[in-house]
Write a protein of this length. Structure first.
Length: 401
């Protein structure tokens, strides 16, 4: 695929559309009552498929916004959409939602359109100081090839976590380090913080250095700072490795499936590394004797990418400028497909000073809408306009309970 490199000064932004309940007006007129659209509430939602299509020329076909769904406290449908940096010097831009429709997936359904029967209300979200919710997973390559970047970025993450909290955001974190394995811990490797865990056990023989994580539960900014301070103290200029590619895909996949995310929070990943990613093919059979090898062994990248898109999770990279080929995977493919941002790894990257930290809370376009059907399966479709003309069509099939 043709690579479109995004500007390095932007890291990420999350733009949200929350679909909360908005009831229709009542009427005593019999004909009006007969024409009222049926509605429902729900307790959970799962996107079984999400298709994103760019509607213009080839200029932006390799980047796209992504959307995620949740159920609000009052049982209505919530939706999140990522903004994008189009590479025109404007930074990350807020999207405009157009042509929104919701319909049942049953036979011969009728789509209900926003403004033509679908009742929605625009909601002002203000700035970052209103307690917007975000769940952020940071993965850090701690192998020897990272050199000074290993501990350097561990320290940058410490500052970054505090800066986000200072913005007034309701933010929770998870952290993981990686080489060929991840989420491992040996008692002899010198970690002292209680935040440091080895969710997948002790280090395997193919990657004997500990690659700790923070566990399956989200943690506070303070705990995240404590975790990466301990990481920085131990890893120095990186530990071990053994081969050039590293296992970048499997940790993202593992935490996307196993971390206890908040259902109404924006979900995204910041992955920091300097190599191509192992695939199942390049990872080989060297770990097949371990009972949890399937957790370490990367799945098909397309399957991982599609699940991230369905969950509305954006993967943002702080990475080297690489040309990955053969059996290895280019992480920019998953970054672009999920609407994430690429930033070139360097000593000059200061996470807490990036302008998108403030944009996280302020660049949101929210709606409040009813669910105009009593069915369990619905189709949500809309267009997303970014900038003057870049437009994507998004269509998701959702299962409600």
């Amino acid at each position: 695929m043709t690579k479109k490199k995004l500007p390095y000064y932007a890291l990420f932004t999350l733009v949200s559309i929350g679909l909360a309940g908005c009831g229709g007006s009542s009427s005593n007129d019999g004909d009006a009552a007969a024409n009222e659209k049926p509605t429902r509430t729900a307790v959970s939602v799962k996107a079984t498929s999400t298709n994103i299509t760019y509607k213009g020329d080839a200029e932006y076909e390799n980047i796209s916004p992504s959307t995620g769904y949740h159920i609000t406290e009052d049982g209505q449908l919530g939706m999140r959409v990522n903004g994008l940096d189009l590479g025109d010097g404007s930074g990350v831009q807020k999207p405009t939602i157009k042509n929104l429709t919701i319909k049942s997936t049953s036979s011969a359904p009728t789509a209900i359109t926003y403004g033509e029967g679908l009742e929605c209300t625009e909601i002002e979200t203000g700035s970052a100081g209103i307690g917007d919710k975000f769940d952020i997973v940071v993965s850090l390559d701690s192998s020897a090839s990272m050199g000074r970047h290993a501990s350097n970025f561990a320290n940058k993450i410490v500052t970054f976590a505090g800066a986000l909290e200072d913005q007034g955001l309701d933010v929770r974190f998870a952290g993981v380090t990686l080489g060929d394995a991840f989420a491992t811990l040996s008692d002899s490797d010198g970690y002292t913080s209680s935040t440091v865990k080895g969710t997948l056990g002790t280090p395997p023989s193919f990657d004997s250095s500990s690659r700790p994580d923070t566990g399956r539960e989200l943690i506070s900014a303070t705990a995240m700072q404590e975790f990466f301070t301990d990481i920085s103290d131990v890893i120095g200029t990186g530990l071990g490795g053994g081969d050039i590619p590293e296992n970048y895909l499997a940790p993202i996949d593992f935490f996307n499936k196993n971390l206890n995310f908040r259902s109404d929070s924006g979900r995204f990943y910041i992955a920091i590394g300097d190599n191509c990613a192992h695939t199942s093919e390049s990872f080989g059979s060297r770990a097949d004797s371990y009972s949890n090898v399937d957790d370490w062994k990367p799945r098909n990248p397309e399957d991982i990418k599609n699940e991230l898109i369905n969950d509305g999770a954006a993967v943002n990279l702080i990475w080297s400028d690489l040309d990955c080929s053969g059996s290895h995977y280019d992480m920019r493919d998953i970054q672009q497909a999920t609407g994430g941002i690429f930033t070139l790894i360097s000593d000059n990257v200061e996470l807490e000073s990036l302008p998108t930290i403030e944009a996280v809370g302020s660049k949101r376009h929210n709606l409040a809408c009813t669910i105009p059907t009593t069915e369990d399966s619905i189709e949500v479709a809309f267009d997303v306009l970014v900038g003057d003309s870049a437009t994507w069509s998004i269509k998701s099939i959702l299962e409600l309970n």
